[in-house]
Design a binder for this molecule. Sequence first.
Ligand SMILES: Nc1ncnc2c1ncn2[C@@H]1O[C@H](COP(=O)(O)OP(=O)(O)OP(=O)(O)O)[C@@H](O)[C@H]1O
Length: 714
Amino acid sequence: MPADVSELAAEREFLAEARSQLGRMRDRVAALDGSYAGNWVSAEVLEATLARRMEQLTDDPEIPLFFGRIDLLAGETFHIGRRHVSDPDGEPMVVDWRAPVSTPFYRATAKEPMGIGARRRYGFARGHLTAFEDESLTRGNPADGGVDDDGATHSEILEAEIERPRSGPMRDIVATIQPEQDVIVRMPLERTLVVQGAPGTGKTAVGLHRAAYLLYAHREQLTRRGVLVVGPNKSFLRYIRDVLPALGEIHARQATIEEIVGDHAPVRAAEGADVATLKGDGRMAEVLRRAVWSHVGTPEETLVLPRGSFRWRVPAYEAREAVEQVRARDVRYSLGAAQLRHALAHRVLVQIEETGDALDDKAWDVLARTKPVRDYAAAVWPAVDPRRLLFRLFSDAEFLAEHADGLLSDAEQALLVWARPPRTAGSARWTTADLVLLDEVTDLLDRTESVAHIVVDEAQDLSAMMLRSLGRRAATGSLTVLGDLAQATTPWASRDWADVLGHLAQPDGHVEQLTAGFRVPADVIELAARLLPSIAPGLEPPTAVRRTRGRLRFTTAPLDDLLVEVGIADLEGSVGLIVPDADVPHVREALGAVGLTFAVVGEQEDAGPGAAAAEAEAGPDGDALDPAGLDPSEFESHLDLVPASLAKGLEFDHVVLLDPAAIVAAEPNHATGLRRLYVCLTRAVTSLVVRHDDDLPPELGLDARAGEPAGVVG
Ligand SMILES: Nc1ncnc2c1ncn2[C@@H]1O[C@H](COP(=O)(O)OP(=O)(O)OP(=O)(O)O)[C@@H](O)[C@H]1O
C-alpha cells in the first residue's frame, strides 16, 4: 500500500476512535445528574452545566471532528478540532482550536515555525475524511516547493474552501482562519478593538470566532456576565445565527440595536433623516443630562419631622448643603435621590443622638423612609420618568431651549419640536432614535448593567447616541467593533473610528485592518472600487485572494427576459436578486410569473403561518408554494429577493442587481446612495449581472450607452 493510502487509512481509524471516545465522554456526562449537588440552587446550576456539556459533546457526523494536525518539533502530535476529545486516560486526542496549543496551526510559517515541524490539513466530504495535505515548516529555503514571500505555502484544501460555491446561511471558517485574522480572534479580552475591512475581508466571521474564543478562554466570567452580538437587522442575524452554535457556543445573545433599546417603548413611527440624524447626534447627551438634572430644586423650607412628642427640624440652609454635597458626588440621578433622603435623615439622627437617646442600627434607614423625609426629598429631587421627560422636550419649545442653549441652534431646536404634539407621553408615537434617547435618560437615572463583551457588526452605521447605548452596556467590559467606513449607509454614520471609540467611551481601543478579500472576485472588486474616491477617499479596495476573477456582465434587457436568460434555476450556489426597495412588489410578481421559487429577505417573520400552510399545500416537487412562488425559508432558498436596504453583510454565489441608479436615488443623499450601491455590488462570490437603463451613476465611470460598458465586461 502506498504511504499516503496507509496514512489516510490510519487517519480514518483515528477519526473513528476519536468519535467513539466522544461518545464515551457524552455517556459519562449523561449518567450524571443534579442529585450530586448540595442544595436545590446548585442542583439547578449543575443541571444547566451538564445540559450545556451534553450539547457540546453532541457528535454531528456531517461536521468533521478535526480539520488539522500539527507535529511539534519536540515530537508530539496534536489533532485540532471544534472541541476537545480525550481518551479514557485523559490524554487529548483532539484539542480545541481555541486552546493555546492550537495557535501554531493558524500562525506558523516557514519563516516563523513556532515550534512545529509540519502542518496537516484534512479534506472532508459530508463528514468522511477524503484527503490530507502536508506542509513542512522546516525547509527554511523559500525556493523549496511553493513557499511564497511571506513564508506561506499554497494549500489546495484552503483554496477549495475559499472557492466553494456559496449556499445557505453563513458558515464558520474555523478550519481556515488566516494568520492576520487569528491575531484578532485571540486578542486579549480587555482590548477593545475596531476591525476596519473592505467587503468580504471576513470581519463578521472574525468577530464571531472571537466571541467563541473569548467564551472558551474566559468561560466562567463570560457566561456569568454575558456576551452580546449586535447586527444591523433581523435578517442579518438570521443569516449568521448558526455560526456560534456550530462552534459549540449557544450563550451569546444576538440582537439589533432596536431590540436592545426596545424595552423602553415600542417603535410606532418613523421620521425624516434630518430629525433622526439630529437625535442621534452626541450633543443630545448633554441636552438630556441638563434636562434630567434641572429637576433638582433648591430647598427653601425647613424639614419638620414629628417623632413622639418632638418635632425635629432641618433648616433650609442645611438641606441646601445636603443637596450640594450629593450633587458633588456625581452619582446617577436616582441614587442621588436616595442619598439625599439619607443625608436629611442623618441630620435628624445627629440631633436625636445629641439628646442622649440611644438608637439602634436601623434608625437611620427608618428615618430616611419616614413620610416627611420622603416627601421633602421628593419635592426637591423629584422622580423623573424618561418618557415624560422626552415628551416635554419635544412638545415644550421653551423647556427644550433652556437645556439646548449653546448646544443646538434655533433651527435644530425647531426640528426637534413636534409639529403636532401628542396629548400625553403615553400616547406619543416613538421612533427608533427616540428609544435610543430614552435609553440615555434611563442610564442618567440608573446605571445600565454591563456585559463582559460586545461584538458590534456594521458599526459604521450607528449614530453617536446608539454607540453610547452600546458603550454603557460594555462599561466594565470590552468590545469588538466591526465595520467599513466605505459601507456607511445611514445619514448619521461615523466618518472616523476614533470618534466611534470616543462615543463608546473606549478611547484606548485601537484599529486593526483586514485587507484580503475572501468573497468578491477581482473583476467585481475593480468595478466597485471605482466608487471609493467618491465615498471613502483614502480607503483601499480589498485584495482578492480568490483565484477566479469572477463573471461580470451589464445588460439593459427587460426583467422578464433577463430572468430567463440568466438561467437562475440551473445555477449552482445561491442567487441574490438585489433590487431597489420600492421595486420589491413588482419583481416579486415577475418572479412568480416565470415560475421561480424564492424567498424575500426580511419577510421571514411575516411569512409565518400563512406561508407554512402554503408550503403544506405544495406538491411533492415543492415548486408551487403559493401563487407568487414564495419560499419562506430565507437563505435556505436557492433564490432570494433582496431589498437593497437589507443586502448589507449578506453574500450570494450569484448576484443579479437591478437598477443601480434607483438604488442610489432612494437614499437621502447622493454619497449615501453611492455607498449603498457599493454594498450591493460587493455581495457576489462568483458572478454579478447588473441590469440598468441609460442612467448608470457616472461615478462608475462607464459608458452606459453601449449597454455593455467597455473595459469591465468579464
Ligand atoms: N479565512 C477564511 N477562510 C475561508 N473563508 C473565509 C475566510 N475569511 C472569510 N471567509 C469568507 O469570506 C466571506 C466574507 O466574510 P464576511 O462576511 O465575514 O466578510 P465581511 O468583511 O464581514 O464582509 P462585509 O463587509 O461585506 O459584511 C464569507 O463567506 C466567509 O466565510
